[in-house]
Design a protein around this ligand. Structure first.
Ligand SMILES: Nc1ncnc2c1ncn2[C@@H]1O[C@H](COP(=O)(O)OP(=O)(O)OP(=O)(O)O)[C@@H](O)[C@H]1O
Ligand SMILES: [Mg+2]
Length: 405
């Protein structure tokens, strides 16, 4: 097949999806804003063609440039696994009459208010919420919903501009801080634990499922710097307390008319054991979540996704062998990393269960932890027993320290 894949090298995990497509023997045409010379070697080898565009998020401009570039060559698929480009991919499919999800369907995965309305219409539990476009609307919605509440952009990502308000004073702060946001969702704050539900689906039916636990909830990961965020994939998906969330997730896919490919859903488990929808994207989770899923079963979901997205088959055998924890570290201090302590002890404690160590090395500039969960690097550890995977993950969270100046 001839496949147009949007953003084949950025974010970096896209490189692996590009590889997956090429390994199946497809002709992969990349469209991105990385200059051709700056493409990673692996991507250059996997692509049969590449169009560099000046503004990748300018949909009309990209559509025109891609059409001109293809100059009548027919295409079989247009795919994207990056949230800001899923609508553009759907628009290109519509223009060329290709199989895949329509713009309207994809909107259900992109617009946080629309998605909740569609999910609620299927009788599923979502936070009560309002779409708000002005200060007056925010105040009116807050009145209706009550505190605590969440104010967040309709097309948000990475918890940017997401505010938890416990009082009127918090709301005033949030209003002031989000004046640049055009459209927001004001919603009931759900107390509880937070999990993912990740799928690869064919025609909306999952051929692969995963649940991961956020420790703590993303809003806390993203607002408290000293925390080392931990995310652990759950080996045992049969356990009773996860069943409401898994069932919710499968029903959400039906409600939103999912087609083929990855989805990444987030959901809350309340203290009473109820599962409540959080949000969903029709693309894989970022921040190495797919690597974690691969380590969970020793599989290659990058390639399996490519198979599903093109041939609509899934061939991997997916025994759940491990709980896989990733621990993101943040250095104390600003500037360049100067030293790392506790890493040797942790690696000895984890022994063969440590599978990745990618902490930024001394001399490297710190990453902005507010912009990327990747922060100053990570370690990955896995274990067949949940308690041991949890212990080793938190041993890295507390025992490994990084410093910068
Ligand atoms: N109604 C809610 N109740 C409780 N917590 C919420 C609610 N809405 C959002 N949050 C918290 O804020 C986080 C970010 O919200 P959401 O996932 O909708 O935004 P996002 O920016 O798309 O996130 P990301 O891209 O990081 O997944 C959630 O993971 C959750 O921890
Ligand atoms: Mg989210």
């Amino acid at each position: 097949m001839r496949v147009v894949f949007l953003a084949p090298s950025y974010p970096p995990e896209m490189i692996q999806y590009t590889r997956g497509l090429a390994e199946l023997g497809h002709e992969v045409l990349g469209v991105g804003d990385t200059p051709p010379d700056a493409l990673p070697e692996l991507v250059k080898r996997c692509l049969s063609g590449y169009l560099a565009v000046p503004r990748l998020l300018d949909e009309d401009d990209v559509m025109q440039r891609v059409s001109t570039w293809l100059a009548g060559r027919t295409v079989d698929r247009v795919l994207s696994n990056w949230e800001p480009l899923v609508i553009l991919a759907a628009r290109l499919r519509a223009r060329w009459g290709l199989p895949g999800m329509s713009v309207d369907t994809v909107m259900g995965f992109r617009d946080k208010q629309l998605m909740k309305e569609r999910v609620a219409a299927a009788g599923l539990r979502v936070p009560r919420s309002r779409r708000v476009r002005s200060e007056a609307q925010i105040r009116a919605a807050a009145e209706e919903i009550g505190f605590p509440l969440i104010l967040k952009p309709i097309a948000g990502a990475g918890s940017a501009d997401t505010w938890r308000c416990r009082s009127q004073a918090d709301l005033e702060t949030a209003i002031n801080a989000t004046r640049h946001v055009q459209e927001a969702s004001c919603e009931e704050y759900i107390e509880g634990e937070e999990f993912t539900f990740d799928c690869v689906s064919i025609d909306g039916r999952p051929v692969y499922e995963n649940v991961a636990a956020y420790l703590p909830k993303p809003i806390e990961m993203r607002t408290i710097e000293w925390i080392s965020p931990v995310i652990i994939t759950v080996r045992d998906l049969e356990q009773p307390r996860l069943q409401p969330g898994i069932e919710l997730g499968r029903n959400v896919l039906k409600a939103l008319h999912m087609g083929d490919g990855f989805t990444h859903m987030e959901w809350f488990l309340t203290p009473k054991g109820e599962a409540i929808f959080g949000e969903i994207g029709c693309r894989p989770g970022g921040a190495h979540l797919v690597d974690q899923m691969n380590y969970t079963s020793d599989i290659d979901l990058f390639r399996e996704w490519a198979r599903v997205a093109t041939e609509r088959t899934f061939e991997a055998v997916t025994p759940r062998k491990y709980n896989v924890g990733i621990v993101f570290k943040r250095a104390q201090g600003q500037g360049r990393i100067t030293r790392i302590t506790g890493l040797g002890d942790w690696l000895r404690a984890a022994g063969p269960w440590a599978v990745e160590e990618k902490l930024l090395r001394p001399g490297t500039q710190r990453r902005n932890w507010k912009n990327t969960l990747l922060s100053d690097g990570h370690v990955v550890v896995r274990h067949p027993d949940w308690a041991e995977a949890h212990r080793l993950s938190f041993l890295a969270a507390t025992g490994i320290r990084m410093y910068a100046e």
